[in-house]
Each structure stands twice: as C-alpha cells, then as structure tokens.
Design a protein around this ligand. Structure first.
Ligand code: PLP
Length: 422
C-alpha cells in the first residue's frame, strides 16, 4: 500500500471489528483473562495481549501501527499529549546525571521541559544557540544520551539539517530524536535521513481538527542499544519484570516495549481511546489536508513577501528563506502550514482585526490560526531568551488552514491595513 492508502485504511481489519467500517472505540479499562496461566504469561511479558488500557488498547493499537508505518518505523506508542511523548522518549534512555544536547530554537513547552523540569530531575540539557555542528559536537560528553531537534522548529520555522546531525549522534554512539510534528510524514520522513526516534504531538496535524490531545513516539528499530554501555536501561535486567532484558527479549522493538511496559505503566500518561479514534479519523485525510495546508501556506507567504507593510516573512519554500535548500533536500509535498512574519504598525490591532484567522495557541488545525508567541506561548522566556530564540516583539506565527486561499489572503490584507492605519 502507498502512503495515502495506508493513511486511510492501514491495519483496518473488518472481521476483527465486527465488520464495523469505522474503527471502534474500545472504551474499556480492563480485559478478561482466559485462565491464570495466560494472565501470568501476560504479566511476565511472555505473551502478547491486553491487560489494562493504560498499557495497551485495541483502538490505540490501530493509531500506533498506522503512524509507525507512515513514518517507516517498526513500532509506536501513543501518549496523552505531545509533551508526554517527548518526556517518555527521553526518560526511556536518560536519567539523573545524564545529559542531552538540543537547540534553543524549539517549541516553548519543550524548552521549559528541558530547561527547568529536566534540570530538577538531574538531566542536564545543553541548548545550542547556533546551527554549527562543531558547537553541537563540543557539547557532547560521555554522559550525553541523545541529540534532539525539531524537523521544522516551532515557532522559528527553521528546518533542521537531519542527516549530519544523525551522523554526529551515531559517531558518538547515541541516537537522534526528532520532533516531526510540523511536517508530519507526508512532508518529511526523518528515518530516511538517519534519525532514530521520532516524536509527535498528534494534537496537531495528525489528528488535524484541534479536538484531540495526544502524542506518539515512533522507533526506527535501527539503533543498536548494545553497541556501548550507555543504555543500561535497555541492556541490563529490569527487576520490576523478573529481570527481563528488553534488548534481548524484544530485539529491535526493545525501545518501544520498554517505554510502554515500564514508563507508561509507571507514569500513566496513556492516550484515551476516544482521542486515538479521533486521531485515526484525522489520519484518514492526512495527505489531503497536508497538501492543502502546504499549498495555502506557500501562497500566503508569497503574498506577504511582496507586501510593503511586512517586516519579514519565513516559510521554508520561499526562495529567499534561509531554510530553502534544506527544505528542498528533506521535504516532499510542500512545507506544511507554518509561516512566521512581522507586521509593520500595531501588532495588537493586526491580530484583533483578523476575522477568519482564530487567535489561539495551536497549530495544525484545519482552521487558520494566528499566534503571538511573545505574548503567549513564549511568555515565560526572558527578553534575552526571546532574542536567542529568534522571536522579536512583532513576531507572528500563522498556521494556515485548509479554507479557500482567497479568503485567507483577503483577511490578512484587511488586518494589515488596520495595523498600519494612522
Ligand atoms: C513542535 C511541538 N512539539 C510538541 C508540542 C507539545 O504537544 P502537546 O500540546 O500535544 O503536548 C507542541 C505543541 O504545540 C509542538 O508545537
């Protein structure tokens, strides 16, 4: 099956779901055991099957398998939100005393997790301010457990150079984790360029309608966790499962198996089956929506670029953009919906004059959304941190929806006129 067919029908087993055409929502907490031996084997991880919906659920199973296949990975784990996907993806291989190397140009929530919460947990995240690989390499120490980046940085809209980052990570015997929320696998598949783990906020484009919080962790299955002694959590016995060694028991599926049976079991940030269902509904039109998001965003970016009342505009597929060459290398099917731009005149007036764009802090919704990061998502950052993250006071982020492009441009045009009116 090709991408579009997989997005729509992947792992649909009509017989298994009583011939219901739409994936059912298994809204149950627990599953009955045929006999005690079966239950014992399930608890010892010797037998595949469902015990309790915190760990596995048949609706979640479909969304996990579908996203894993769309990314070209071997397995996936759904979580309650994008933040919990990032948290679990990292806690699965790092603990107190360990380090991570990332960039400071990442989503504000991830920045806070790295800068504050991980610090409190004893994990030191080095946030690199430049794109220079030498700076990344200098920050790597024997304690570093992974490199972390976003394919398209939110809200800076800069494209990561995934291939050399993956090579650098592998040179040091560590994986590259990539947040692929903004492009989705329709635009970019980071595993094809050497990334090892992909995380998603499925809240955004994968579910696509701004109605289902969720996250997903996908494993390429290619990273060898036993190549050095850095990943003892996967290569030495886990006493909470009678000494099971994930790497030995689950082979290339060890990373997701451990994240599910250890961390989701203990931390409990599983995805609700109802949200998985909504995500599956979203996945079924992913390719259609993403193409329209990308086409509309490019047209709006081109319009903004020639407007004299705009200070700057970033969209990876504008020839003038600093990420243009990287976008050409890594992306197919456009560059997703995010545009960053600065309006001359009164920013507050601009936002408040928009009629079609909804003022909210979300992306990847079918509806067009405008966000003012300095006043909302990045409000916790100091002035210095804002400048370092490339967010000026006039910085706007648009997530361009799938409405008619003429309506979108007309809305922005009239709001710009209001912003510059003396
Ligand atoms: C790139 C990126 N990653 C992760 C997240 C966090 O996802 P969630 O809001 O589902 O926790 C967001 C949220 O905006 C995001 O934009």
């Amino acid at each position: 099956m090709r991408f579009e067919t997989f997005a729509t029908q992947g792992f649909l087993d009509l017989k298994k779901q009583n011939h219901a055409v739409s994936t059912p929502i298994y809204a149950n907490s627990a599953y009955s055991f045929d006999d005690v031996e079966f239950a014992v084997n399930l608890f010892d991880l010797k037998q595949e099957g469902d015990i309790y919906s915190r760990i596995t659920n048949p609706t979640n199973d479909i969304s996990e398998k579908r996203v894993a296949a769309l990314e070209g990975g071997i397995g996936a784990l759904s979580t309650s939100s994008g933040m919990s996907a990032i948290l679990i993806a990292i806690l699965n291989i790092a603990g107190a005393g360990d380090e991570i190397v990332s960039t400071n140009k990442i989503y504000g929530g991830t920045y806070n997790l790295f800068y504050k919460t991980f610090k409190q947990m004893g994990i030191d995240v080095k946030l690199i301010k430049s794109d220079n690989l030498d700076d990344w390499e200098k920050a790597i120490t024997p304690k570093t457990k992974c490199l972390y980046t976003e394919t398209i940085g939110n809200p800076g809209i800069q494209v990561a150079d995934i291939e050399p980052l993956a090579k650098l990570a592998h040179k040091h015997g560590i994986p590259l984790i990539v947040d692929n929320t903004v492009p989705t696998p329709y635009v970019c598949r980071p595993f094809e360029f050497g990334a090892d783990i992909v995380v998603h906020s499925t809240t955004k484009y994968l579910s696509g309608h701004g109605n289902a919080m969720g996250g997903m962790i996908v494993d390429s299955g290619k990273f060898d966790w036993s190549q050095n002694d850095k990943f003892k959590m996967l290569t030495t016995p886990d006493e909470s499962y009678h000494g099971i060694i994930y790497n030995r028991e689950f082979k290339e599926a060890a990373y997701i198996a451990k994240a599910r049976t250890h961390l989701i079991r203990d931390l409990g940030c599983c995805q609700s089956p109802f949200n998985s269902y909504l995500t599956i509904m979203g996945l079924e039109s992913l390719h259609v929506r993403m193409q329209r998001h990308s086409d509309n965003a490019l047209k709006l970016a081109e319009y903004l670029e020639q407007n004299e009342n705009i200070n700057f505009v970033h969209y990876p597929l504008l020839k003038s953009d600093k990420s243009y060459n990287l976008a050409k290398k890594y992306f197919k099917n456009g560059a997703s919906s995010l545009i960053a731009f600065g309006v001359k005149g009164d920013c507050v007036k601009f936002i408040e004059s928009l009629k079609l764009f909804i003022h909210a802090t979300n992306i990847g919704d079918a509806r067009s959304i405008i966000t003012y990061p300095a006043g909302t998502t990045h409000r916790q950052l100091s002035d210095e941190q804002l400048i370092e993250a490339g967010i000026s006071k006039d910085f706007m982020r648009a997530s361009v929806g799938i409405e008619n492009i003429d309506d979108i441009i007309e809305d922005v045009e009239q709001a710009i006129a209001c912003a510059v009116k003396k």
